[in-house]
Design a protein around this ligand. Sequence first.
Ligand code: NAD
Length: 276
Amino acid sequence: MFIKNVSLNDGTTIPQLGLGTYRLDDDSAERVVSEALEIGYRHIDTASLYGNEAGVGRAIAASGIPRDELYITTKCWNSEQPEARDALGRSLDRLGLDHVNLYLVHWPAPARGTFVGAWQEFENLKADGLTTSIGVSNFLVEHLDAIAAVSDTVPVLNQVELHPLLQQNELRAVHAERGIATESWGPLGHGKVDLTADLPSLALLAERYGKTPAQVVLRWHIQEGLIVFPKTTQRERLIENLSIWDFEIAEHDMDEIRGFNRDERIGAHPLEGNWD
Ligand code: NAD
């Protein structure tokens, strides 16, 4: 199964499409990740918050796939920011790995005042080989600026809510200037958007391409240069979401999807995400 790789600013590459695991418990993560790896997925996105790193790890171990063919991302939760080394150690233990490919600061949680210190520790974790790359999630430009003020290491990417209703154009322009890739979380609308009902013209567009609305949206992300990892527990949808490399959305149809933007968030605003 073909999956395109994209280059990151530290010389590494990442599969542009992977599998998200939010709201999967250990057992369902083990089952879904096993199926996904068997189907051809090689990039898995998890987080200590999701409580499923052990299940993800069991699926990786059982797959027999060489470690260097897999791309594993996990994230440092807000309350873990003051002890990022211990937090990554616990994540690695649960995953059964000696390193992850990418470690992310999950939220800036600015009211806690600890994300800049966490980033400085992330640089040490990278230097020690516990994670190959380091990046951030849910950062606004002001948070990118705050780490740039103390660190020469530019995050390889920023993982933010991004889908047709929230296209993050201004933030993406800043990313492009600074060499930061953009990952789209909630690429299909986080399970809270009915793509066909909310965007009726998307259904027509999908029909014209002989694809499902989900496939057209995922292909739109890909052609925009974004990195995606839609979540599903269903085998048919795992296959459907991966089957987006055999068609190309024409530029005028890309423009139509760009026109769906309403700057409408479904998830929390980064300034509000200060939870324990
Ligand atoms: P998503 O946009 O991937 O949507 C998931 C929903 O879409 C599910 O309800 C699923 O049933 C449905 N779906 C999946 N494939 C479909 C298809 N082919 N047709 C129709 N419906 C389909 O939302 P998500 O899970 O929130 O985001 C993806 C991943 O992003 C998460 O699993 C997680 O790994 C990551 N994430 C990160 C953050 C963060 O703060 N960094 C926040 C949320 C999610």
